[in-house]
Design a protein around this ligand. Structure first.
Ligand code: ADP
Ligand code: MG
Length: 686
């Protein structure tokens, strides 16, 4: 047995449990070891009932003095109330809908109860405490780790398995360079892991946790900084006049919004000064980022410099090419020649590609719209001054870097519609400047959003019917139950059957992740052309889909979606000038789910939503971190560990200043660690 052994080889782990672990991302014993507790319960001391104060979380050990549940016939939802006493006083234990638990408690037997004490009409209570027969295997004492839920696996089992791993702790090796370990006074990996799963006291637990969080963030920061090397701000950049961009804006059939004007002002200042621009432009889809990019690219062309904009799909690149060609026809450079625009994508023939390559190298092409096809080594520019990445979260850090290295000291603009909180932006993009476009062009109405419960579903569907009668279309989004595509599909199928039955005279189609791409495209196409009235889908509705006639979106099992995901889904409606609607159906209420839904109802501002998301979520779960090229974090919580993050970033910077290529022997374990952390997410040429 070693760290690479699979969990399925442990005693008591059959195929079903192994699958549950795999779904939670745990395959090897090393993964299991890095499956960290979510929180701890302090069950070291037994509190006498007489001193159990309301508001405190405590462990009491007491005998059942009386059991109460409504008499008579069996009622499924009736509560169970116990009066327990330990000689110093008595306490009421309440389980709502808990009648079925009644048989687990014998009067006169002793039980351990752990929970928060509350007060009700001068009677102290514990509502839904954890319990175990005193002295039984479930009656654990000490600082008890509570792990994230894995369906079908109990806390007790996870604790048992963690105990089996203890002999492997001595295999853990240090990967953080000695200097950093010393400076930050880091505990060893062995100490840290041990005191995370089996903390002896609060002090050791914190020292261990600091080490783990620091280690994770330091590894991430070193990886990201390594990848970003060379695109820091501050250096000298190519500068050029943006007067042509101003003239272009003046000729537009609309006024720039305030956000667009502010973004342009900053970009213009960057480009006209000899500072190298390194800027992130954020704004929801449709907020008008492309126009700003166009103004900058036209300015470069007018000053005899080349510029390039890379988009994630051929469709987007082609759309950009078509609209630029139309918008810029008739624009002449100072030498009297027209601005020349080219398109480069993988599907061009070899001959077409050669023509584009030639025109870029000779400097004949001023503006290039392209996909990642531009990253090929053969593509060379004569005089590149500006590099733009559209929807940049779809690209890796390395791809952005290859593009910017096509020129010397080129100005860099990255654009994204995926909101990212400022604190995260700094981590992912380094010291770049941020511009945000927070409002939509005039005339677009924010989507009216309503929170609904499952009991309201009929009313929601009646409303949907009202929209269909007006000739509009609807999206109904089914939940993603598990990562597994199959299960995902079956839950969508259930909703699909329900909806088909409810709307017999309308055309309903379903699309889900397990379908082949051609099949998906055909269904999307039918919805886009209006052949289909209702589209039931899982979250596969692509960012690119644009159906202005769709005016209502119903999201089922809203509690299963993260905020940023809800925001992106809702962005599918509200594309036209008419009012549109979004219903968030909550099937299971939890505090967080209700909070998220309320935030969605309150605002349509993606940045506000992203900030709230960061505040609501815990480690590793942050939606969008992966989209922005961040690795999955096992223990760190970017919203809570900002101070440790700063320390980790400073140490990483120092290390890379000393060894930019991570080539020194003492840094090899760190390099290996970075490689496994980023995995296939980002290809590292370390
Ligand atoms: P983004 O790239 O941010 O998704 P686009 O630049 O594609 O958005 O803009 C979406 C549409 O809105 C385009 O048709 C564009 O011409 C138009 N548009 C951009 N800015 C404005 C504005 N200030 N007023 C009205 N329409 C605008
Ligand atoms: Mg765009």
């Amino acid at each position: 047995m070693d760290l690479k052994t699979e969990v399925s080889e442990l005693k008591g782990i059959g195929p079903k449990k192994a699958r549950a672990f795999r779904d939670a991302g745990i395959v090897t014993l090393s993964d299991l070891m890095e499956f960290f507790p979510r929180r701890y319960e302090d069950r070291r001391t037994v509190t006498p009932i007489s001193s159990a104060r309301a508001g405190a979380e405590c462990l009491v050990v007491a005998k059942v003095a009386a059991k109460r549940s409504p008499r008579g016939y069996y009622r499924k939802n009736s509560p169970l109330t116990l009066i327990v006493s330990d000689g110093t006083g008595s306490l009421e234990i309440v389980f709502f809908n808990g009648r079925f638990l009644s048989g687990l408690f014998d009067e006169k037997s002793e039980y351990a109860f752990f929970g928060k004490v509350s007060e009700n009409h001068a009677m102290r209570q514990m509502i839904h405490p954890q319990f175990a027969k005193a002295g039984s295997a479930d009656d654990v004492r000490g600082i008890v780790p509570i792990y994230p839920q894995i369906p079908g696996i109990s806390q007790r089992e996870i604790r048992r398995l963690q105990a089996e791993l203890v002999p492997l702790y001595s295999e853990l090796e240090e990967w953080i360079p000695e200097k950093t370990v010393r400076e930050q006074r880091l505990a060893s990996p062995e100490y840290a892991i041990k005191n995370t799963h089996f903390p002896e006291d609060g002090h050791r637990m914190l020292a261990g946790k600091f080490r783990l969080v620091f280690g994770e963030l330091f590894t991430m920061e070193t990886g990201l900084m390594y990848l970003r090397a060379g695109d820091e701000t501050g250096g000298k950049g190519v500068s050029f006049s943006c007067e042509a961009g101003d003239r272009f804006a003046a000729g537009l059939p609309f006024e720039l919004t305030k956000g667009q004007q502010a973004a342009w002002k900053s970009i213009r200042e960057d480009l006209e000064s000899d500072k190298r621009m390194n800027r992130l432009l954020q704004g929801d889809v449709g907020s008008g980022k492309t126009v700003i990019a166009e103004m900058a690219m036209l300015s470069a062309a007018s000053c005899g410099l080349q510029s390039v904009m890379m988009a994630p799909t051929e469709l987007l690149a082609t759309q950009h090419f078509d609209s630029f060609t139309k918008d810029l026809s008739g624009w002449k450079k100072p030498d009297g020649r027209p601005v020349s625009i080219a398109l480069l994508k993988s599907s061009l023939t070899a001959k077409e590609k050669r023509t584009v390559y030639g025109s870029l190298e000779s400097g004949e092409t001023d503006i290039l719209l392209c996909t990642h096809a531009v990253l090929e080594e053969k593509v060379k520019f004569r005089d590149l001054g500006l590099v733009i990445t559209d929807e940049q979260h779809r690209f890796g850090v390395r791809q952005r870097r290859i593009l910017s290295e096509k020129g010397e000291n080129v100005n860099i603009l990255v654009m994204t519609a995926t909101p990212i909180p400022r604190t995260l932006a700094v981590i992912v993009y380094g010291d770049l400047d941020v511009s945000q476009i927070r409002e939509m062009p005039a005339g677009r109405k924010p989507v009216k959003t309503t929170l609904a419960r499952s009991e309201d579903r009929d009313k929601v569907y009646d409303f949907v019917e009202g929209q269909l009668i007006k000739g509009r279309q609807a999206y109904i989004v089914a939940p993603l139950i598990e990562e597994s595509e199959k299960i995902d599909a079956s839950s969508a199928e259930e909703i699909f059957r329900l909806v088909s039955k409810r709307f017999p005279s309308y055309r309903v189609e379903m699309v889900h992740g397990a379908m082949r791409p051609q099949e998906k495209d055909a269904i999307m196409q039918r919805f886009a052309s209006g052949e289909t009235d209702i589209l039931v889908s899982t979250v596969v509705i692509e960012v690119g889909i644009n159906v202005p006639n769709a005016s209502v979106m119903v999201i089922e099992n809203t509690e299963r979606f993260g905020l940023a995901q809800l925001h992106q889904l809702r962005g599918r409606v509200g594309r036209g000038t008419d009012e549109s609607y979004c219903f968030l159906i909550l099937d299971q209420e939890s505090e967080v789910a209700v909070k998220r839904a309320e935030i969605m109802c309150r605002t349509t501002d993606g940045f506000e939503i992203a900030e709230e998301d960061l505040a609501l979520r815990g480690p590793g779960e942050l939606f969008g971190t992966r989209q922005h090229g961040l690795p999955q974090l096992m223990i760190s919580d970017l919203s809570r560990h900002r101070d440790i993050l700063e320390k980790a970033a400073a140490s990483a910077k120092e290390l890379l200043a000393d060894d930019p290529g991570l080539k020194k022997p003492e840094n090899l374990p760190l390099k290996e660690r970075i490689r496994s952390m980023f995995g296939e997410n980002i290809s590292l040429d370390l």
